[in-house]
Design a protein around this ligand. Structure first.
Ligand code: TRP
Length: 456
């Protein structure tokens, strides 16, 4: 293992928070959160989600950041340094594998956002653009075969170009430019959406908590927890990696809470954009994963200034996805740089190429190849999501809790978190959550995933 010299670090806390929030905020917030909330009963799901972010998400985030900052290494190197001669580094290796798996399918969906951005610029979503037309556009785009593969390649290339620039001049600089643009665009869209006719029905669906929904279907709870982990980029060591670039003097508790607040705010803003627009246009909120691709365009057609609305929306989605794919790639690249002694340049291009090869079957899994489309578990992309996004992340999240709570130990992790002199408020509660509540909760979602009862 090489010593962590010249790995680079964030130039400021603000830079770290924007980069980590950039990782957390992504398709998970704008594509997945609204359709998952839609399918899981609206307000009840949203409430449980918020509780899980606070009680599970923030404690796990602090755990990952403490391991990263203590070791200044990628997940494999970090576990190896803190637990030499044990099997713990394998947990880091699962994280790196999840990086490849998630990056590959995520960039396929991210590629579609580029396609939609282009359609929006062409003005295709204006006038009498109805749901049937919208479905046709979606099916034509995703069934490719050339276009989805090419769009995914473009997306991976953009990701590689940023990661190649390194931590502060690549990732941090990109986040500092992209995240504020993103936030302003979202606010503008949310204001537009909540002032539409019929918006109040959408707000009612999104915020009204109907507890009977939780009792009727416990999978709502599992889905909310899974979504909280995915949305905060937890469970594969992305936050170990980002924490490894945190300067020693930074205030970790405040950084972690800021990232979680930022991520949650964006998910709620996405809901404020999508639900009023859905109810305005009379679209069923339960349409599922096609929501932002199939349902939103027909809504743009029905909106005043719909073309502009559409262009802004898909640019947003692409920006959000880019700052997330950057973090997925960075986890893998940091492993090859720290542990294998590769140069950043070499690691970036080789890893991007492998990810692209892995992404091709996912890109072909929407009609272009009947084999990849019809694989059990929702086609190749669904299968990748199940293996890496659901099994992989829950195993990784369970592992980091056991590691920090029981193996490395809460006192050492706490000492690391507080080493800059900034106290962790409610430190005893954090220890209890990490040792008991988080691992048990994550085991429960793991069981729900095995039983096919968690849909996030
Ligand atoms: N959190 C991102 C989103 O919401 C996706 C993501 C990026 C991610 N890096 C991750 C998820 C690491 C899990 C682990 O879209």
């Amino acid at each position: 293992m090489s010593t962590p010299v010249n790995r680079g670090q964030w130039s400021s806390r603000f830079g770290f928070v924007l980069a980590a929030a950039g990782s957390a905020i992504g398709l998970g917030n704008i594509w997945r959160f609204p359709y998952t909330a839609g399918q899981n009963g609206g307000g009840a799901f949203v409430l449980v989600y918020l509780i899980f972010v606070a009680l599970i998400g923030i404690p796990v985030l602090l755990s990952e950041l403490s391991v990263g900052r203590a070791t200044r290494l990628n997940p494999v190197g970090a576990y190896r340094k803190l637990a030499p001669g044990t099997a713990w580094p394998w947990l880091g290796a699962i994280g790196v594998a999840c990086g490849f798996g998630i990056l590959s399918f995520y960039s396929v969906i991210a590629g579609w956002t580029l396609g939609y951005g282009y359609y929006a610029i062409q003005g295709r979503f204006s006038g009498d653009f109805d749901a049937a037309a919208s479905n046709e556009v979606f099916t034509n785009l995703v069934s490719g075969p050339m276009v989805p593969v090419a769009l995914c390649a473009v997306f991976l290339l953009l990701t590689a170009l940023v990661v190649r620039g390194g931590v502060s001049s690549g990732i941090e600089r990109a986040a500092k430019i992209l995240m504020p643009i993103f936030f302003v665009l979202l606010l503008f869209m949310a204001i537009r959406s909540v002032t539409l006719d019929g918006a109040s029905a959408g707000l009612e669906f999104f915020f009204h908590v109907d507890f009977s929904k939780l009792i009727e279907d416990p999978s709502v709870i599992g889905s909310a927890l899974g979504q909280a982990l995915f949305s905060l980029s937890l469970g594969m060591g992305a936050m170990i990696t980002y924490g490894s670039y945190l300067p020693k003097e930074e205030n970790v508790p405040v950084s972690a809470v800021s990232v979680a607040l930022f991520d949650t705010t964006i998910a709620i803003l996405a809901g404020l954009i999508i639900f009023p627009a859905l109810f305005h246009a009379g679209v069923d909120p339960q349409v599922g994963p096609g929501l932002v691709f199939v349902a939103m365009p027909s809504i743009f057609g029905a909106l005043p200034a719909g073309t502009l609305f559409g262009i802004v929306f898909y640019i947003l989605l692409a920006i959000a996805a880019l700052t997330s794919t950057i973090s997925l790639l960075e986890v893998i690249v940091s492993y090859f740089v720290d542990n294998r002694g590769w140069t950043r340049e070499k690691a970036v291009w080789i890893v991007t190429l492998i990810s692209f090869v892995l992404a091709v079957p996912s890109a072909l899994a929407f009609g272009a190849s009947s084999f990849f489309t019809n694989l059990p578990g929702g086609g190749f992309l669904g299968l990748m999501d199940l293996i890496f996004g659901k099994y992989g992340l829950t195993i990784g999240a369970f592992g980091i809790c056991v590691f920090v709570g029981w193996f490395w130990g809460v006192p050492k992790a706490l000492a690391e978190i507080e080493s800059s002199g900034h106290r962790l408020p409610a430190a005893a509660a954090w220890g209890f959550l990490v040792r008991w509540v988080c691992p048990v909760a994550v085991l429960i979602i793991f069981a729900l995933v095995v039983a096919g009862r968690a849909n996030w």
